[in-house]
Design a protein around this ligand. Sequence first.
Ligand SMILES: [Cu+2]
Length: 490
Amino acid sequence: MVSRRNFLGGAGAAGAAITAAVSTTAVSRVAMAALPEPALQTRPDTMPPLEPTNGRPYRPVVTLNGWTLPWRMNQGVKEFHLVAEPVVREMAPGFKAHLWGYNGQSPGPTIEVVEGDRVRIFVTNKLGELHSVHWHGQRLPNGMDGVTGLTQPGIPPGKTFVYEFVARRPGTFMYHPHADEMVQMAMGMMGFWVTHPKLDARGQHPLIDTVDRDFCFLLGSFDIDPGSWTPKVMTMLDFNLWAWNSRIFPGIDPLVVRRMDKVRLRIGNLTMTNHPIHLHGHEFQVTGTDGGPTPRSTRRFEITEDIAVGQMRQLEFLADEEGDWAIHCHKSHHTMNAMGHGVPTMIGVDHRGIAGKINALIPDYMVMGERGMKDMTEMEMPLPDNTAPMMAGQGPFGAVGMGGMFSVLKVRREQPPGDYRDPGWFQHPPGTVAYEFTGSLPEPARFSAERAGPASTAPAPAPAPRPAVEVQVRKPSGGHGGHGGHGGHR
Ligand SMILES: [Cu+2]
């Protein structure tokens, strides 16, 4: 039976069964005969957690604007099928990108297994060049490490390779190409991997807590010129799109939780710079790093965690404060979209009238931001087709003035357990929103030397005002006619 699975409609219904997918570019039926049918997903919505219906039980994660790859059990082995292929990713409403990814999306689907599982992954290469997949952070036989040329030949276009290993340690991992990886990762090829812990008889793990909501996303960066579709793969630093799971704000879904939920965020960084991820309204602990769960004695509370290139971090907190809390990268350039960097600062420059004159010469000329750049959020600027607004996203109080790596943690008392639907904007209790002061504004108190008399309590009297003096150069003393040059006598 061949049908495209509707993950929203029947979340978990098909459970772990690999469902066949319609794909016009499917590899040949003959070649696929022994393979699990590849599951595809092209919608950018956050899919509900995929509850396991076979294999050992675990609490599944939620992939922000993504999904988890179904598997099939084959004589005790968990079999997955990844298809490396070109994809179209909607990065934000109104803005689509031609990327490379896996199984219909960039990033690829999240792979979830349990510590001790034997895992077999079929990787089919539908790119036009060699490919291989590296299982970032895993303990595995060297020949399964996925480094083209070093531990295996590259997977030629049209071919399928098999990786097989035991998921030996629990934690947060990633997968990404190790063949032409500069290009393939710049095009969006990456995915998340979660190995859930083996639990003791009481259903616990000494270092890995059970949480109510477990979100994961990958940090990504792209350089796509406004009006175009394809990333510039040679860019090393000047990226103009900063993404979570290949989505940019306002395209990133909110992280919806019920008040008093224990929440875990798993974040991996496959960009070329670090990202200090900052959460408002709560303090979290770093409960896991690349090497696994952190010892409890090392955990301390933080509100920002810097995630370096190639790293994964697990952050955990109790969502005990209701509201709409910003969560974002704290590099302010990373909460902007499609920005040119060669723009002069025009704050404080009165260029009224100048734009009109220049427009007579250069029709599309535009000066921006004499009050700051937030003007851009309201600017009536004709954008080329398929362009992400630089800063966008409407909140209940107006433009949010953000893009890129930004989202909202929505903590609600009424949110039903396990419900990830957006509850809308927070209804603030009366008297709890910052408000405008409407009284009279007194003269600001400024220090005045004349008015400042000797203060009785001050330890020292204020210095008397001095007349302005010019800098005077003092020549070495004792000289008569001492300005005859450096060679003069002293
Ligand atoms: Cu950043």
